[in-house]
Design a binder for this molecule. Structure first.
Ligand code: C2E
Ligand code: CA
Ligand code: CA
Ligand code: CA
Length: 276
């Protein structure tokens, strides 16, 4: 394949055909997408391992590009983060997710938290607490039904992270650490962070049945969360064997293709009605 220039960005549509888009063009297209409401949220169920019931959903953004179809976040979130556009995009996600969860509650679906991914820039944004409070007030969602996912890299500045997390906890929302195990993780500080849940990264879950090291890591993370009184969810669960392993090791919740990929709101509603 031809080398792409530094100023180009590879994006892929759902058929995984790559299209190279100039950064400037991507930026202007993303701006248009923000104003023109071209984003949609998909929802992936989080399942209680004991009951098999859906006890939460993670909201995951897609870009419904007028010419290119649904575009995966992997191909625009990194650029959005780099350019700062992640801030308005992240606000759209937060509002859309809270609004959807409130709508489900109003329609009589079981009450459950919706998880929203926070980017680094959002996490360190001035007055993040005020902005989230505003969205909760506007949408009428009770804070206990919102969960914010941050990554380990956001906790590197320990004092700053603790301060931001305390503010979020004052609002009454839940916080989880996403992709746990892949980044900087000081176990010493982990107990000082006011968080509720760890999400074990899918790279560990993927090989638990074939790699004894990964199995040991996952079992150890789970045991540790119980000692720290945190909840734990395993990401990327794709097989029944993985599910059994996680069950035997007392993981609380699971998320992954074994139960369901991320789906549209309509499809999620069907699952909520009939079970997975
Ligand atoms: P993430 O937060 O780690 O989200 C989980 C990703 O794993 C999702 O990819 C999901 O579709 C995928 N996944 C779930 N189960 C399985 C499985 O069993 N096997 C495999 N192979 N994959 C699985 P998705 O939706 O493409 O999102 C990719 C990443 O984009 C997310 O990773 C997150 O870092 C970012 N992202 C998505 N939505 C948002 C958003 O609204 N805001 C921000 N800041 N980032 C977002
Ligand atoms: Ca996530
Ligand atoms: Ca993750
Ligand atoms: Ca990830």
């Amino acid at each position: 394949a031809k080398e792409k220039g530094r100023n180009d960005f590879q994006i892929f549509n759902t058929d995984m055909k790559s299209v190279s888009i100039n950064r400037l063009k991507l930026e202007s297209e993303l701006r248009r997408a923000i104003v023109g409401d071209e984003f949609v949220l998909y929802y992936q169920p989080q399942v209680d391992i004991e009951t098999g019931r859906i006890v939460g959903v993670e909201a995951l953004i897609r870009w419904d590009h007028p010419g290119k179809g649904l575009i995966s976040p992997n191909y625009f979130i990194p650029f959005a983060e780099e350019s700062g556009l992640i801030v308005p995009i992240g606000e759209w996600v937060l509002r859309a997710a809270c609004k959807q969860n409130k709508a489900w509650q109003n329609q009589g679906y079981p009450m459950m938290p919706i998880s929203v991914n926070l980017s680094m820039r959002q996490f360190f944004q001035h007055n993040l607490k005020g902005k989230i409070r505003h969205v909760l007030e506007q949408t009428g969602l009770d804070p206990q039904y919102l969960e914010l996912e941050i990554t380990e890299s956001m906790t590197m500045d320990v004092d700053h992270a603790i301060q931001s997390l305390l503010e979020l906890k004052e609002l009454g929302v839940n916080v989880s650490i996403d992709d746990f195990g892949t980044g900087y993780s000081s176990l010493y500080y982990l107990k000082k962070f006011p968080i509720d849940k760890l999400k074990i990264d899918r790279s560990f879950v993927r090989d638990i049945m074939v790699d004894p090291n990964d199995a040991a890591i996952v079992a150890t993370i789970i045991a540790m969360t119980h000692h720290l009184n945190l909840k734990v969810i395993a990401e990327g669960v794709e097989t029944e064997d993985q599910l059994h392993f996680l069950h035997e090791n007392r993981c609380n919740e699971v998320q992954g293709y074994w139960f369901s990929p991320p789906v549209s709101a309509d499809e999620l509603e069907k699952m909520l009605k009939t079970g997975i």
